[in-house]
Design a protein around this ligand. Structure first.
Ligand code: ATP
Length: 610
């Protein structure tokens, strides 16, 4: 499914495909409607008021006609006064009733829809974040984001507006036709012959104009993507003096927007002319014929009746005209519901939406072992990334994993965190299979300090507290001090309340890593994974980070994925990985003694470079 990027919302919305409305899709919508169940009393109340207000709305043309007839001394309805004042008083009461009913119908519907949608949004989002890593391998962020935003907004629109509007228009149409027939069978027959024909043509025009405006929207979104790309890579644009090229690219796209818009305008103009000619022509003919019937007093035809008739005719045409649009919106909502249900129907990981359920149930001591682990990523099953990998680390030991790029080091970290599961072999914690533990118990007691630290847009304090949401200010500061981060944090005017820019751009690489270390310290894990944590830092930064890491590693099992071999000499065990196979294991000393070994070769290579 091609879908717009994260920032091109209009395109994402414009491209939402429709789905057929059939028994199966209605069943799916029914499942989503279960979100309304907690608010069913209000929903049914709103529905009742909706029907009532539509029926009351149908009374107004009758009032207008009665007023005109009363001005000529004719009593239109037996149950209504024959004077203008008398009719006016009844009209005021009905207007108040209509206002009252409309108020509750609108507010109740919106309350129900907003609450139900918030619950659906929350569940969809929660399911999305608890889906296994593999789910995200083949999906684009833009596509998933548009399910949460565009698809759910479409469902929201349908629940708050389209659904109610459809019921209202159907009541107006059917009620209107019945009342028309009561006023004059002849006029109604004449109208019902012409109206569907006119509306058919209007729908045809409308559809084509909508297609063009969707194309224009897509084209505009395309232009916005050019702006976005250019601004993101502005340094490149300038360095290659490609400003004129980019402006030309943008201009070309804009010209296409103009072309489509102009084409649309021609059809709109034609449509306008058609409306003026046919619709007004029909009304003119109806009034002309109606006036003739008044003049010959056919079946007691009066000007009041004729007015009532014309207004009902306008009501019915408007209702008929709006139904195709409303139906199209319903179709879109069905498509959107199907896509949202696709997410809800996926099996999530075993994490509860109730945070207290995710608390640690069994403490880990920190013993870790891989036993004959064979692993291929589900999205690339033909490539076996880890081949029969076995190693063990006793609680508190430091294990280093080294090896060339692509040999599978980060994959081992992902397996420890249970992001994926081996095809064969086992991963054990404290001598027991990982599957015997609650998933949250393992993840709560394993911390990772990655090379590329991801910070959230909040404050420094919030970012550190991400390791332990319940941490007090004192705990946060203590962790930052241990992580060598307190000094740089307090040098900011707002200290711990400094807002970190998007993805932490206000902080240097080393500072971000020390925040990640403070975060990991707060988490107080039994097992720590350091993924090439110091490889991108200058020597001063590296010293500060290294010191912080020493504090962090104390008393825990540490798995250090390292490119710089100088940082892992003290490790209890070094595992050398090549193309997913462990080819050497031992201490630095032992591995250096192996004259033909890869470790010795890589070490020597690094010394030469340094
Ligand atoms: N999510 C993924 N889906 C499919 N294949 C992947 C995925 N992540 C990594 N791989 C593949 O698995 C192999 C091992 O990758 P991994 O990232 O574990 O290597 P690495 O030793 O950590 O490399 P580097 O030192 O460059 O980070 C590579 O061939 C890589 O292309």
């Amino acid at each position: 499914m091609a879908r717009g990027q994260l920032n091109s919302g209009s395109k994402a919305e414009a491209e939402l495909p429709k789905a057929k409305i059939n028994k199966q899709s209605l069943h799916k919508i029914g499942r989503l409607l279960s979100y309304i169940r907690p608010y069913r009393t209000k929903f049914l109340g709103g529905l009742f008021f909706l029907i009532l207000s539509s029926l009351v709305g149908l009374a107004f043309p009758g009032f207008f006609g009665a007023l005109i007839d009363a001005s000529q001394g004719i009593q239109r309805y037996k149950f209504m006064p024959a004077t203008l004042g008398g009719i006016g008083k009844i009209a005021i009461v009905v207007l108040f009733l209509q206002g009252f009913v409309s108020f509750f119908r609108i507010t109740w519907f919106v309350q129900v829809a907003e609450n139900a949608l918030a619950a659906l949004r929350r569940d969809t989002y929660f399911r999305l974040v608890t889906l296994p890593m593999n789910f995200f391998a083949n999906r684009r962020v833009g596509e998933l984001n548009s399910r949460i935003s565009a698809d759910l907004s479409q469902i929201q629109d349908t629940l708050t507006t389209t659904f109610a509007e459809m019921i209202r228009q159907i009541i107006i149409m059917i009620g209107g036709i019945i009342l028309l027939a009561v006023v004059s069978i002849k006029l109604t027959a004449a109208l019902l012959i012409v109206l569907p024909f006119l509306i058919g043509i209007a729908i045809f025009f409308g559809k084509y104009i909508r297609t063009l405006s969707r194309q224009a929207q897509d084209q505009l979104a395309e232009s916005n993507t050019i702006v976005e790309e250019t601004l993101q890579g502005i340094a490149n644009v300038k360095a290659f003096v490609n400003e004129a090229f980019e402006a030309g690219r943008y201009q070309k796209n804009l010209q296409q927007v103009v072309n489509i818009a102009v084409k649309g305008a021609k059809y709109r103009g034609l449509f306008g002319a058609f409306i003026v000619f046919c619709l007004f022509g029909t009304i003119f003919c109806e009034i002309w014929y109606g006036s003739y019937l008044v003049s010959i007093h056919d079946h007691g035809m009066t000007f009041g009746k004729l007015t009532t008739f014309i207004i009902y005719a306008a009501f019915i045409s408007a209702a008929m005209g709006s139904l195709p649009d409303l139906y199209a919106n319903m179709q879109k909502a069905v498509g959107a519901s199907e896509r949202v249900l696709e997410i809800l129907d996926e099996t999530g990981e075993d994490v509860s939406i109730d945070a207290s359920q995710n608390a640690i149930k069994e403490k880990l001591e920190g013993n870790l072992s891989f036993n004959n682990v064979v692993f291929a990523y589900p999205s690339r099953s033909e490539l076996t990334v880890l081949k029969d990998v076995s190693f063990s680390a006793a609680a508190g030991q430091r294990i280093a994993i080294v090896g060339p790029s692509g040999s599978g080091k980060s994959t081992m970290a992902a397996l420890i965190l249970q992001f994926y599961h081996p095809q064969s072999g086992t991963i054990q914690f404290d001598g027991r299979d990982a599957n015997e533990f609650a998933l949250t118990d393992i993840r709560n007691q394993v911390a990772i300090v990655p090379q590329d630290v991801m910070l959230f847009g909040g404050t420094i304090k919030e970012n550190i507290a991400y390791g332990k949401l319940s941490a007090s200010d004192d705990e946060i500061i203590a962790a930052a001090k241990k992580a060598n981060a307190d000094q740089f944090i307090t040098s900011f005017p707002e200290g711990y309340d400094t807002v970190v820019g998007e993805r932490g751009v206000k902080l240097s690489g080393g500072q971000r890593q020390r925040i990640a270390i403070a975060r990991a310290l707060l988490k107080n894990p039994a097992i720590l994974i350091l993924d090439e944590a110091t490889s991108s830092l200058d020597s001063e930064s590296e010293r500060l980070v290294q010191e912080a890491l020493e504090v962090l590693m104390k008393g825990r099992t540490s798995v250090i994925i390292a490119h710089r071999l100088s940082t892992i000499r003290e490790a209890d065990k070094i595992i050398v990985l090549e193309k997913g196979t462990i080819i050497e294991t031992g201490s630095h000393q032992q591995l250096m003694e192996n004259q033909q070994g890869l470790y010795r070769y890589l070490s020597q290579l690094q010394y030469e470079v340094q």
